[in-house]
Design a protein around this ligand. Structure first.
Ligand code: F6P
Length: 554
């Protein structure tokens, strides 16, 4: 029987019980003391893989904690779960689908049977199709309706059909191919379309309608508006195929929209939206950085896939990160997790990981439909350092909440300016150091006295200067962001999310919660525009509808 059909109440497992006891024993654990007492702590809690270096020594852990967490991973059957996911078992039970984003990264010649069909030739066929398109556009052979080469690509898509491609194409700007600019149109807010099209010329713009389902409201509305804009700029229906292509698993809907069959890049229902940047959904990435760099991205992810599958759990980056999240969420009451990239090029990674993690692990029933009896996915938030230091880091340092954080930092800058990168790196390290060591009352007092402050003042001010410390963080260091290392980094987080879902027994690959808002949206829209006579079920929604209608009546 497949592992996902075997419901487990994780809280009854021996390792969970042992962790509960261990948590009590760790109540007075001090990271500061642990570093002072053990000069090898850094060596003990660091590892490298796939071009990434992970320092997880600034955590509320001992080697015993790690052992107990690894025991938990073993007791929930993580090894089998990883194999099941890689082998194409129906790990997405509520939709009866496999989750095979790892197949998209596998090399030519590999075999993988899904429903009796080897899907690998199809995966590589699409990569070849992408290579052909990218080559034609980069070589100026794909021409617009006035026979000019394409200069601008607009990806119309939302959620997973936007966030991953945006993250990667912008993170790898240093690898960008000259001559083609990539833009993203996601929101249904007309302002986004207006601002974007005002910078573009229809004759040299190619739109990629990127939607796995080809039913997503925002994407279809934007695609329709983009087509109207293209026609208003002088394009014709007959030349539409030069300016609109699609990536979708819904061929019929894309054709009905007006896209030529040969310009539709396939997607498969065994790839989830938030895991799809490795598929043809990554076309804007490939157009931005070229196909060989795109393949490097895939091979970086593949290296991480191998590490995840083969490394012992004690030496396994995604496993350790996932288990640390469980440790804080389920045993220390942490409800959120900060992602803090110290790299302008990685500024969008928080948004991507937000969807990846929160859409995957924002679940409250297990795979077998039984409600969970523990907390699951945390709120993922954060943003680029050093900016956050002058905004929300205050709460990280002195707020009442425990918020574990991941710092991500390169050691080499693509754009060295004086000693800026040294300062950026120093800022990153000093933040995790401050979170860990804090400042005691005695230190705060001594500091104030050293400034000559009268004792009465010292006592008044010192409590405000105390920093609790003992706040956990991971630091992920890369030499500098390259397609390979970025592939590994993103894949690492995908696997981390999966590890946690296996511990909780939840499905990381469905997203039914998103559907309710979509369904209700249709009713609200009909009431707003007056085609629906009945009133909304609640007075608040109806009141807000009336407010809108009142303004738009006259
Ligand atoms: O509404 C959420 C969602 O279903 C995401 O899971 C998905 O990434 C996004 O919408 C876009 O979906 P599609 O690619 O089908 O337009």
């Amino acid at each position: 029987m497949a592992y996902y059909r075997t419901p487990h109440d994780v809280t009854t497992l021996p390792a969970w019980q042992a962790l509960t006891d261990h948590r009590k024993a760790m109540q007075n654990f001090s990271m500061r003391d642990a570093f002072n007492e053990d000069p090898k702590r850094f060596d003990e809690f660091t590892l490298s893989s796939s071009g990434l270096f992970l320092d997880y020594s600034k955590n509320l852990i001992t080697s015993e904690t790690r052992q107990l967490l690894v025991n938990l991973a073993n007791e929930v059957g993580l090894k089998d779960a990883i194999k099941a996911q890689y082998d194409g078992e129906l790990v997405n039970a509520s939709e009866g689908r496999p989750a095979l984003h790892t197949a998209l990264r596998r090399p030519v010649g590999d075999k993988l049977q899904v429903n009796g069909v080897n899907v690998m030739p199809e995966v590589h066929k699409v990569l070849n199709q992408m290579t052909d398109l990218v080559g034609r556009i980069h070589d100026g052979l794909w021409r617009g309706y006035t026979e000019k080469p394409i200069t601008d690509i607009v990806n119309i898509g939302i959620g997973g059909s936007f966030l991953g491609p945006e993250l990667v194409s912008e993170a790898l700007l240093s690898y960008a191919q000259k001559g083609v600019r990539c833009h993203y149109l996601a929101n249904i807010d007309g302002t986004e379309l207006h601002e974007l099209t005002s910078k573009l010329r229809a004759e040299t713009t190619l739109f990629i309608v990127s939607s796995k389902t080809f039913t997503t409201l925002e994407t279809l509305k934007n695609a329709t508006a983009a087509r109207a804009w293209y026609l208003a700029q002088g394009g014709s229906e007959a030349e539409l195929h030069r300016h609109f292509i699609a990536v979708s698993s819904n061929n019929a809907a894309a054709v009905a929209f007006g896209i030529r069959e040969e310009n539709i890049f396939p997607m498969w229902d065994w790839v989830g939206g938030r895991y799809s940047l490795w598929s043809a959904i990554g076309l804007p990435i490939a157009l931005a950085i070229g196909m060989s760099n795109f393949k490097e991205l895939l091979s970086g992810a593949y290296t991480m896939d191998q590490h995840f599958q083969n490394a012992s759990f004690e030496q396994n980056m995604p496993v350790l990160l996932g288990l640390l999240g469980v440790w804080y969420g389920n045993f220390w009451g942490a409800q959120s997790h900060a992602i803090l990239p110290y790299d302008h090029y990685l500024r969008n990674i928080t948004k991507h990981l937000q969807q990846l993690d929160m859409e995957s692990n924002g679940k409250s029933v297990r795979q077998d439909g039984v409600p969970v009896n523990i907390d699951t996915g945390p709120v993922i938030w954060g943003g680029v350092g050093a900016n956050g230091q002058h905004a929300y880091h205050q709460l990280l340092h002195q707020g009442t909440l425990l918020i574990p954080a991941d710092f991500i930092v390169p050691i080499v800058s693509f754009n060295p300016v004086s000693d800026h990168h040294q300062w950026l790196y120093a800022n990153c390290l000093s933040q995790s150091q401050a979170l860990m060591q804090g400042k005691t009352r005695a230190e705060a007092e001594a500091e104030l006295r050293a400034k000559g402050m009268p004792e009465e003042e010292v006592q008044r001010v010192a409590p405000h200067k105390v920093i609790p410390g003992n706040r956990p963080s991971n630091t992920i260091v890369v030499e500098r962001i390259s397609p390979r290392r970025l592939g590994a980094l993103v894949a690492m987080y995908e696997h981390k999310v999966f590890v946690q879902s296996v511990v909780w027994g939840t499905n990381a690959f469905d997203q039914w919660g998103v559907e309710l808002g979509k369904e209700l949206g249709k009713g609200v829209y009909s009431r707003l525009v007056g085609t629906e006579e009945s009133v909304a079920e609640d007075a608040s929604t109806q009141g807000l509808i009336n407010y809108f209608r009142g303004r738009h009546r006259g």
